[in-house]
Design a protein around this ligand. Structure first.
Ligand SMILES: [Zn+2]
Length: 349
């Protein structure tokens, strides 16, 4: 099923090697030789941003504006199949000597080779992982502080990405409120904070008229505040060293077993989508984890200061027309043309 898509993806990727980022370090987009760190020429704001990626290289990036299975998406029911993470047999060795950590201009990336997993009897090898701020996928309408993308490649060049949301420590849904800030027991706020309510349910409670507040099930079991993930703390402790695009450093030793254990305790939301960076090639196998990682507030600040903003906007539902194609078609309609003309002539308010 993927062979046709992958062939197309490869052709597109070879045509625009300088632009690819989510596939960086794979055979489709080889890492720069000689220890130099390649800096990307696409961006996230203005004319180099995701609304205009197609204009940077129309031939290569056409799917960014026309593809109908584009990532990221809002992860709502019907968009994915849930699979147990333990079924993929994910194995990632610890990096006892640390790992190379690079600033690619649009992203910071850890070169992490040696991991393996199996998808439908096809072996995939981990190549790198990188970070988006804020999260690119939405967790049933909710944006998280960051999202980690672990990029895997099969022998035949298929790409799979495992996405993991990252919350700032203490801010995750269901975390106990700060000492002294606890709302009175039995109030909707107390109930909401005491339960990791589904996002849609929390929103419906928040926006419902006062007398129609949806009662939330009360639980007496306190939700334990989850500690910052050691892997992230170790990685971002050295992000200041790569504040400048094109620079690289070596992390302290990375214990990957912690991450594998966290992933294996949950499920993966699986769908076929695209790279979230130019050339937006489709046929990418996505696995978004139901497990979340935590980062300390201090290290989130460090990450934010270096990464800035690098999140593509949520795309249309899978199989639906690309939002940019829809939008440009709308701009060409007589009604919009007439409105634009009257605006130019000063006839409208
Ligand atoms: Zn990514």
């Amino acid at each position: 099923m993927y062979s046709g898509l992958v062939t197309l993806s490869c052709a597109l990727l070879f045509a625009s090697e300088a632009l690819a980022s989510c596939a960086h370090g794979t055979s489709l987009h080889k890492r720069a030789e000689g220890g130099t760190v390649e800096v990307k020429n696409f961006g996230y704001v203005g004319v180099t941003g995701p609304l205009n990626w197609v204009a940077l290289d129309a031939g290569a990036n056409i799917l960014c504006a026309t593809g109908s299975r584009q990532s990221p998406i809002d992860m709502v029911e019907g968009q994915f199949t849930l699979v147990p993470a333990s079924g993929l047999g994910i194995q990632i060795p610890d990096f006892a000597e640390g790992a190379e950590f690079e600033n690619l201009g649009t992203n910071v990336e850890v070169i992490a080779q040696g991991g393996s997993m199996t998808v439908n009897n096809v072996a995939f090898n981990l190549q790198q992982f990188h970070f988006h701020l804020p999260s690119e996928h939405l967790d049933a309408g909710v944006s998280h502080a960051m999202e980690m993308h672990m990029v895997w490649e099969s022998e035949a060049g298929q790409i799979a990405v495992v996405g993991v949301y990252i919350d700032v420590e203490g801010a995750e849904a269901g975390a106990a409120p700060a000492e002294g800030a606890a709302p009175a027991e039995g109030t909707p706020a107390a109930n909401a904070s005491a339960e990791a309510a589904p996002a849609a349910r929390r929103r419906s409670a928040r926006f419902a008229p006062r007398d129609e507040v949806v009662p939330l099930k009360k639980t007496t079991a306190p939700i334990a505040k989850r500690a910052a993930t050691t892997l992230l703390e170790t990685i971002f402790a050295s992000v200041d060293a790569i504040a400048q695009p094109g620079t690289a450093t070596k992390t302290q030793p990375l214990a990957m077993s912690e991450l594998v254990d966290i992933l294996n305790a949950g499920d993966l939301q699986n769908y076929s989508g695209s790279l979230t960076t130019p050339p937006c090639s489709e046929g990418v196998t996505w696995f978004v984890s139901t497990q979340k990682l935590q980062i300390s507030a201090a290290n989130f600040g460090r990450a934010r200061d270096v990464i800035g903003f690098n999140s593509r906007f949520p795309q249309n539902q899978l199989g639906q027309p690309n939002i940019l194609a829809l939008s440009s078609a709308m701009l060409a309609t007589p009604q919009i043309q007439a409105a634009a003309l009257s605006q130019r002539l000063g006839l409208s308010h």
